[in-house]
Design a protein around this ligand. Structure first.
Ligand code: MV4
Length: 502
């Protein structure tokens, strides 16, 4: 197979830059694509060259296969990295790349199709002897069938869309009299979201942990896992904080789940980087949930504890090279945590906070990595994901990693837009989190503490400083339009507060 010399990155934001960083280290040329809203975006500046691909909405730019292929041809790129989201799990795109003689840095279209269909994925895993959540074998074709399954596995159950994932087309059923309406609701949501109304049933696992295993597979039949990531801290299916190792994990369970993850990948002849998601209940039973056939947002924590550059491995495997290591060469060293920084206001129902970034100062120092893309004066477009950065820290122990994350969050200064940082500071100071005592319901269970703005004063005086800087912004604007000031801001206005940062 030909060697990769020039990669087009069919993505934007932090992940486009993340991929290009590795390409530069490997001496590979990079090609960016950008929409109307991304003319001033950092990935465009970072790349060796860049091609305009259409209007701001992603269905008029980043999702149009023809435009991406066209840019690849014009630039002479001989490979495409899809990143995550957009076309990353689109089998038609992977197939088209191959047809055009461009290497798709990812698995085969067949695997993407199979794992994208949750019923097929479940069937493949059952066949391979991997534990799946008790439930239906295939799709359900009648309501009687649902009642039959309930007799076997009991209530509560979950009705899930085969084409779903991420919570869409999913319904929890607690009582038998809810079955009929829940099946209908799940079907119609699935049909309108995915154009496919196939649904299946699983027993509802109460308060599970969401634990995923990273795997890597080459074209020569070598498959390894790179241990787990604990991803239970999320709200409304949007992950917020991930860590590895999982505080729940035991060495025995890790070994067993790692083996299951490798078998899962083998069962579908997987090639590339992938993730096997499991639900783990409080008595440590684990169940295959789904497989993601892309590089994931949270991949850096795995990179930090294993020392493996996952993008580099994706590229090497796509070129046909063998994995340069075996399972025995891999270990987890220390502890890594990632906080996703969203341009959202946690104290205003996580409302998106698009706008101009006035000042940004990112944390540095021992054990800190940020994967971001915004710069001072950058206007965050409203069209795409509100995640603007990822903060990844490492420590010798979980305790050291938590302390380092608190320090790094303290150093993280962004003004002009509201961010999730203060919420993440509250998590790092939450007793249950510190004790590793959490599951997928963590945010609901701890909302009293997590949603209370006042506690920020105890955590960081910098919250006050950030407010002060917001005040300076307002003062700037107030020449033209009158603005209301809080009492604290009014006292600063009188010169009562003198802060020399920024
Ligand atoms: C479940 C479950 C409990 N039991 N399935 C949510 C997203 C989708 N990918 C799978 N999800 C769940 N499936 C059974 N049989 C609980 C969830 C779930 C969840 C899973 C992972 C991370 C966060 C979650 C939050 C709520 C529900």
């Amino acid at each position: 197979m030909s060697k990769i010399k020039k990669v087009l990155i069919a993505n934007r934001g932090e992940i486009a830059i993340r991929i290009m960083r590795t390409c530069r280290e490997l001496g590979i040329e990079t090609v960016a694509v950008y929409s109307e809203a991304d003319r001033t975006s950092l990935h465009v500046r970072y790349a060796h060259e860049a091609y305009y691909i259409g209007k701001a909405p992603s269905n008029e730019s980043y999702l149009i296969i023809d435009k991406i292929i066209d840019a690849a041809k014009k630039s002479g790129a001989n490979a495409i990295h899809p990143g995550y989201g957009f076309l990353s799990e689109n089998a038609e795109f992977a197939e088209r790349c191959t047809k055009e003689g461009i290497i798709f840095i990812g698995p085969s279209p067949e695997v993407i199709v199979k794992m994208g269909d949750k019923i097929q994925a479940r069937e493949a895993m059952m066949k391979a002897g991997i534990s799946v959540v008790p439930g239906t074998e295939g799709k359900i074709s009648s309501e009687e069938e649902v009642f039959k399954v309930i007799e076997e596995i009991g209530l509560p159950i979950m009705i899930k869309a085969s084409a779903g994932g991420g919570g869409k087309g999913m319904r929890l059923v607690q009582e038998a009299d809810e079955v009929v309406s829940a099946v209908r609701a799940a079907r119609s949501e699935a049909l309108s979201s995915f154009g496919d109304d196939s649904v299946y049933i699983e027993k509802y696992i109460t308060s599970p942990h969401h634990i995923e295993f990273q795997i890597l597979a080459d074209q020569h039949g070598n498959v390894v896992h790179l241990f787990e990531r604990e991803c239970s801290i999320q709200r409304r299916h949007q992950k917020m904080i991930e860590e590895t190792p999982s505080p729940l994990m035991t060495p025995e369970l890790r070994e067993e789940m790692g083996k299951a993850a490798v078998e899962a990948a083998r069962a579908v002849n997987y090639v590339g980087a992938g993730t096997i998601e499991f639900l783990v209940d409080n008595t440590l039973n684990y169940y295959f949930l789904e497989m993601n056939t892309r590089l994931q947002v949270e991949h850096p924590i795995t990179e930090r504890v294993t020392g493996v550059d996952l993008v580099k491995q994706q590229i090497r495997v796509a070129e046909g090279e063998k994995l340069g290591f075996t399972q025995n060469d891999l270990s987890q060293k220390g502890h890594a945590i990632e906080c996703r920084i969203y341009a959202e206001d946690p104290d205003n129902n996580f409302m998106p906070s698009a706008g101009k970034v006035y000042k940004i100062s990112e944390p540095l120092g021992l054990g800190v990595r940020t994967d971001g893309y915004v710069y001072e004066g950058y206007e965050i477009p409203i069209y795409y994901d509100p995640m603007i950065s990822k903060l990844i820290v490492w420590g010798k122990s979980r305790d050291e990693a938590i302390r380092r994350m608190r320090r790094a969050l303290y150093e993280y200064k962004i003004t002009g837009v509201k961010t999730s940082i203060k919420m993440e500071e509250r998590v790092m100071n939450n007793k249950n989190f510190i004790e590793g005592n959490y599951d997928t319901h963590f945010i609901e269970k701890n909302k009293e503490q997590l949603m209370k703005p006042e506690i920020d004063k105890d955590i960081s005086d910098m919250a006050i400083i950030a407010t002060f800087i917001d005040y300076l912004d307002k003062l700037d604007n107030s020449k033209n339009n009158k603005k209301e000031f809080t009492p604290a801001q009014s006292s600063w206005k009188k010169g009562a507060c003198n802060i020399n940062r920024f």
